[in-house]
Ligand binder design. Structure first.
Ligand SMILES: [Zn+2]
Ligand SMILES: [Zn+2]
Length: 347
């Protein structure tokens, strides 16, 4: 038997004892080492439920572990190897899939939102393709691969290059990870947030960060960028006001990556809308991350950077939670009675 924290209905989230699943065919059984709580898990538990109405469902999609058993068609040599889990299960038939754009699959399955995921002691994955094997990185660090890949993908979508300045709106874990990737790519970064504690946390990690309520942003950017506006901006909050600020703070021919999921209707003043035209700003949508070899397998690259110690992620973990504690801690996160940057569930 194993512990699995399952959603039985909206708001009904419990740690259950259930049988350990048995891998069949190409499936691998993963002994989960760590699983991060994603911002999207809160509405999943408390307001939206599972994406396909399947209950009970073990949620959690940001996880890593070790191969404990292999199905009869899987490579038994993988048993004992560790890695990050790629949670998306693409159909491999639709047009986005056949062109390698799995994140845009029209009929996908997903570990932790549509089928059982990582808030459990064990989890089945469909095949070795969903395992990105690692050598040195810790399981906690590997559990941060998914948000790190999303952040990396957003930075790539800005097209920012060495020597340029990218402004990142939202100094939460993804914003901080985006700043780290931009620096790896040789760019300079400025994080912007409206919450002083987030600005303070980012600064404590050695990143440049400003409170948008305290500075006049375009002036601040010009001061940091030899009198020029930013080369690129990442909108990481989902707020319409931040999108407008992105438009105002990038230079002519600059680019914006839209990463934050919109939280409501986006309104844009006429002046800002026409600024997109006048500056010929390139606006890019960002959706998840790439697991295809072309243009680059962001998952393999992230895991390699974690293995080589070139990307640090575990300093974002402010809370470590057991499976039994998880339902109560999720309520506390929702109520705001605990403030987490990144919380990771460990077994
Ligand atoms: Zn996530
Ligand atoms: Zn597909």
């Amino acid at each position: 038997m194993m512990k699995a924290v399952r959603l039985h209905g909206i708001g009904d989230f419990r740690c259950d004892q259930i049988p350990i699943p048995v891998p069949r065919g190409e499936e691998l059984l993963i002994k989960v080492g760590a699983c991060g709580i994603c911002g999207s898990d809160l509405p999943r538990v408390f307001s939206h439920g599972t994406s396909n109405g399947k209950y009970p469902l073990t949620i959690g999609h940001e996880f890593a572990g070790e191969v404990a058993a292999a199905g009869e068609l899987a490579d038994p040599g993988l048993i004992g190897s560790k890695g990050a889990i790629f949670p998306l299960i693409p159909c491999r038939k639709c047009d986005p899939c056949v062109t390698g754009n799995y994140a845009m699959c029209e009929q996908y399955d997903y570990l932790g939102s549509r089928r059982d995921g990582g808030f459990a002691q064990y989890c089945l994955i469909p095949s070795a393709w969903n395992l990105v094997t690692a050598k040195n990185a810790s399981l906690e660090a590997l559990a941060m691969t998914e948000p790190a890949c999303v952040a990396q993908h957003a930075v790539r979508k800005t097209g920012v290059s060495a020597g340029q300045l990218v402004v990142i709106f939202g100094a939460g874990p993804i914003g901080i990870l985006a700043a780290r990737w931009a620096q790896i790519f040789g760019a300079r970064t400025l994080l912007v947030d409206i919450m002083p504690e987030k600005v303070a946390f980012a600064r404590k990690l050695g990143l440049s960060a400003v409170d948008s309520g305290e500075v006049e942003l375009s002036g601040e950017i010009r001061r940091r960028n030899q009198g020029r506006l930013a080369d690129a901006a990442i909108e990481g909050t989902g707020a319409g006001a931040a999108l407008c600020s992105c438009v105002e703070c990038v230079r002519a021919k600059g680019s914006i990556a839209l990463l934050g999921n919109p939280a409501g209707e986006t309104r844009m003043p006429l002046k800002v809308h026409s600024m997109i035209l006048r500056k010929e700003i390139t606006v890019n949508g960002v959706w998840n991350s790439s697991r295809s070899p072309y243009p680059v397998d962001e998952w393999a690259f992230t895991v390699r950077m974690l293995d080589e110690g070139k990307l640090t992620v575990t300093d974002l973990i402010t809370h470590r939670i057991s499976l039994e504690e998880l339902p109560r801690r999720m309520e506390e996160i929702r109520d705001g009675s605990i403030h987490v940057v990144k919380a990771v569930c460990t077994n």
